[in-house]
Design a protein around this ligand. Structure first.
Ligand code: FO1
Length: 321
């Protein structure tokens, strides 16, 4: 499964209920360095969510979190100009979350690859899935804005709340990156490849920007099944609409399927699940060479999410036949 943060992690809670062996290829384009610490939001969100440490109310970061260090850093930033540049006061660096960043930073400094660092951190959190970064090389999604500015994805997403329109994205570092160890093998050996309801542009799209990954998906023996992150013309959560419009893709379940493309026509997916609210999209998607089914796609609880995962597996069986 190719996964971003909150949506992908929530889907994984349901998929994990079905007892299959799951490898998660996590997005690292959200990553940023703050005060020498490498923050990996999507990897940490999957790790904390499946490990039982996630803040349920925020969907990211640690439960029972405090922000005393961040407040103290802001105190410095307010009185020392040269400190202000180092401290993005708009980014919520939590005290408990810092422990993860401190350990990761030291291992990275000692030359431990991100995939190995992630495996070590998961020895504590035991997510019940294998969590791999898409690549061990540093990649960052940067956003071009209508006013000519270029900002890091996190600044667009968190400080600007995507309220300044984006005209495009660049995955800085992607062209010189390679899939992390185990990523291509996982895609080659998979019985099923899932594109969950993560952000198709800045999460799944960024994973696919790592040279070799999209090709591995296209050439995989396994069926590739996607689940629409758009229900009734809007993202279920987050701001995928702002990302889709930046690349000229309409915010609809059918348009995202078309964006991924039918594998029989050189695209990525064989099957696509839409919510029952978008049942009228089934014909259009099917016409595009992608098998399509309308099922409930709201991850309201564990059972609902597990049912979605079962529907994806069922559609994969149909594709196989
Ligand atoms: N998202 C926010 O909306 N506000 C924050 O202050 C924030 C801090 C943060 C710190 C660590 C981390 O792992 C994730 C964090 N996120 C925050 C979520 C992050 O922006 C994610 O990349 C997005 O939610 C997209 O997945």
């Amino acid at each position: 499964m190719l996964s971003g943060g909150i949506g992908g992690a929530r889907f994984l809670l349901g998929l994990r209920e079905l007892g299959h062996e799951v490898t998660v290829i996590g997005n690292t384009g959200d990553d940023l360095t703050i005060l020498g610490l490498r923050i990996c939001p999507d990897l940490d969100t999957v790790m904390y969510t499946l490990g039982g440490g996630i803040s349920a109310e925020r969907g990211w970061g640690r439960e029972a979190e405090s922000f005393r260090v961040r407040e103290e850093l802001t105190g410095y930033a307010e009185s020392i100009t040269s400190a202000a540049d180092l401290v993005p006061s708009w980014f919520g660096l939590g005290d408990l979350d810092l422990a993860t960043h401190l350990l990761r930073a030291e291992w990275l400094r000692r030359g431990v690859p991100l995939s190995e660092v992630t495996e070590r951190l998961c020895e504590r959190w035991r997510p019940g899935v294998r969590l791999l970064p898409a690549t061990d090389s540093p990649v960052e999604t940067h956003v071009d804005l209508v006013d000519g500015r270029r900002v890091h994805f996190q600044e667009w997403w968190v400080r600007l709340q995507a309220e300044v329109a984006a005209t495009g994205f660049e995955v800085v570092g992607a062209s010189s990156s390679a899939p992390a160890p185990g990523v291509v093998e996982a895609l080659n050996d998979a019985d099923l490849i899932v594109l969950p309801p993560s952000n198709p542009v800045v999460s799944v799209g960024v994973i696919l920007a790592v040279p070799g990954i999209a090709t591995a998906v296209r050439n995989a023996a396994a069926p590739v099944i996607g689940l629409s992150p758009i229900v009734g013309g809007a993202p279920v959560r987050g701001m995928a609409d702002a990302c889709l419009s930046a690349i000229g893709v309409p915010t609809s379940a059918a348009a995202v399927a078309h964006h991924y493309g039918s594998r029989s026509a050189g695209g990525l997916i064989d099957g696509w699940l839409v919510d029952e609210a978008d049942a009228e999209a089934v014909a259009a998607v099917t016409g595009g060479g992608i098998r399509c089914l309308a099922v409930p796609l709201m991850m309201t609880d564990l059972a609902a999410t597990a049912a979605m995962a079962s529907a994806a597996i069922g559609l994969a069986d149909e594709v196989r036949r």
